[in-house]
Write a protein that binds this ligand. Sequence first.
Ligand code: ZN
Length: 124
Amino acid sequence: MARSDRFLNLAENVATLSLGVRRARIGCVVAKGSRVLATAANTSNNIPGNLVTNDRLSKHAEQGAINLCNPQGATIYVVRLMADGSRGMARPCKFCWADLLKVGVRSVVYSDWSGEAKIELVRE
Ligand SMILES: [Zn+2]
């Protein structure tokens, strides 16, 4: 199994620890090479990309994870675990993207609506 798949599986496991609602459990892994620097689940029912419900009073998984380590040059892996156990869209919201850029995260690998992994570089 490719390393990125193992990190995504870890992110999915971390998502089971989420305090969010069942359809919005998000797990995030920060990794550099083969090293895991930090993991975190979201602590709210906010849905990535849903800016209407994003009140910034709660903590997204990406926020929690990048605050636990030095994520400069790292890749983050984000998985959204749906109520039925499948993966859903986990692209970080615009607030998280801004923070990822600020702390120097290099790239993001996330599950999309089909459960497939997408990769994006973090840039302006
Ligand atoms: Zn976010």
